[in-house]
Design a protein. Structure first.
Lengths: 258, 214
């Protein structure tokens, strides 16, 4: 090896080494930065998810309070007033007793329904079926729950979101739709859960509906939050149908993608 | 001793190729569902071409043509691989255009043995461009969080480091007018091969099945 060769060897190898090291460092720094940014973003998404769940929980609680207030006033209050009138008008003791018995029974049902311990451990099916019993008991609307397939336990946070969506749908049906029938279907297939709620009320034109647009978007966003899909089918005078589809196997990835 | 030197270097490279192919075979199950699966075949072909065909055919005629053929095939294989793993349409179109340009230049350069080196430099530059596309794609995905388990990242890193070293190596040795393949310059080649197959081997060992599905 002559001097010239040694010189060129040194130059070439240093250039090659320099380039390699620079590339490695830049790759490392770039990916490290990106990784931190992504971690922060995921952390933020997770927080957002938790916030939304809490919001749904608070809304469910508010709705429950509203229902209690309503029931105390319109159901139990009415029965007590009736008992008072019966006493004043000298009705038979048996009649008054009957009214008071009914009143106590209603009170017991109500107290059982709003027991926080019971609410905490409730499954989605139980919560829906209680809600439906209430509708039937108070003659709001004739309702029916059908469960198909073998029930699969899903994350309680996701159940909360689904229940809140349905609650919103029910309250719209009762308040605005003037419906007489409400059907709910929970269909558990091997990898998909389909929740369908259908009323026979006034319905609306999906394209024209502007004022309740926020409600619909809200429901859709809530569903998206847990990687579910919510779709509405409605036509004037033909009722409204809400379908939620949820893939049962993506439960673990819900907050990293939200 | 100095006569043996090129042989030792050449066998070391073969040994690296063999090790990478063996480790790729052992971990095959982890990446069988992705385009990376073809790297197993590619690594074995590399080993056979370099070691067995290289020394057998070398006895009959100049193996420059064998290596030239192998170079072309390997670049086209890399281009095809990037084509299959990149998701953006624009990138795919660019790969088709660039691959066509490469084929034309490759054939033109092929006529003159002196220009064979430039085919390598051109091909390697294109690999670097596509590797950049792929890194950009990885960069903008959630894979960044578990990048060390992603085989395509390791293959791309290997290709980037190898080619980024090879390009100046070939150009400079031409500039200084030294014949690199039969002297101590081989040590740089060996070093780059260690980087290349080292990255492959790390990638095959560290990768996890759930991250290799496209």
């Amino acid at each position: 090896m002559d001097e010239k060769e040694i010189q060129s060897f040194l130059i070439i190898s240093s250039v090659v080494l320099f380039l390699l090291i620079m590339t490695m460092i830049s790759l490392f720094v770039l990916f490290q930065k990106r990784k931190n940014a992504l971690l922060l973003k995921n952390e933020f998404a997770k927080k957002h998810f938790e916030q939304e769940i809490s919001k749904a929980q608070i809304e469910i609680r508010e709705e429950t309070f509203r229902n209690i207030s309503w029931e105390l006033h319109d159901n139990i209050g009415q029965l007590l007033t009736l008992a008072k009138i019966q006493l004043q008008s000298d009705s038979s003791i048996n009649e008054v007793k009957g009214t008071l018995d009914k009143c106590i029974k209603e009170l017991r049902v109500l107290s059982k329904l709003i027991n926080p311990e019971a609410l905490k451990n409730m499954s989605l099916e139980q919560a829906i079926s209680d809600e439906i019993d209430r509708f039937n008991r108070l003659n709001f609307i004739k309702s029916q729950l059908t469960i198909k397939g073998e029930q699969i336990k899903i994350d309680s946070k996701i159940e909360i979101v689904f229940f809140r969506i349905l609650q919103e749908f029910f309250s719209n049906t009762i308040k605005h739709a003037k419906a007489t029938h409400l059907d709910i279907l929970l269909d558990y297939q091997t990898d998909v859960l389909t929740i369908m709620a259908k009323d026979n009320g006034l319905g609306f034109d999906l394209n024209k509906q502007k004022h309740s647009g926020i409600g619909l978007t809200n429901i859709k966003n809530r569903a998206k939050l847990v990687n579910a899909n919510a779709t509405f089918i409605s036509e004037p005078n033909k009722g409204t149908e809400l379908t939620i589809t949820y893939h049962l196997n993506n439960e673990n990835s819900y907050h990293s993608n939200s | 001793m100095s006569d043996l030197y090129p042989y030792i270097l050449s066998y070391s490279v073969s040994a690296l190729e063999f090790a990478a192919a063996i480790i790729a075979s052992i971990h095959y199950k982890k990446y069988v569902n992705s385009s990376e699966a073809y790297f197993l075949h590619f690594l074995w072909v590399t080993f056979f071409v370099d070691t067995i065909l290289g020394s057998l055919l070398g006895l009959l005629f100049e193996n420059k043509w064998l290596y030239y053929g192998y170079t072309g095939m390997s670049f086209l294989f890399y281009y095809w691989w990037y084509y299959s793993i990149l998701t953006e349409k624009l990138y795919k179109k660019i790969i088709i255009v660039i691959s066509t340009i490469f084929i034309i230049l490759y054939v033109l350069n092929g006529i003159n043995v002196e220009l064979h080196k430039y085919s390598f430099v051109i091909g390697a530059s294109f690999v670097l461009i596509f590797a950049g596309f792929h890194l950009h794609q990885l960069f903008n995905s959630d894979y960044t969080l578990m990048i060390k388990h992603k085989l395509s990242f390791w293959i791309t890193t290997a290709l980037v480091l190898f080619n980024i070293g090879m390009i100046p190596f070939i150009l400079l040795s031409k500039y200084f007018n030294v014949w690199v393949f039969n002297s101590v310059f081989g040590i740089i080649l060996l070093f780059l091969n260690i980087v290349l197959y080292g990255c492959y081997i790390i990638g095959f060992i560290w990768t996890k099945k759930k991250y290799n599905h496209f």
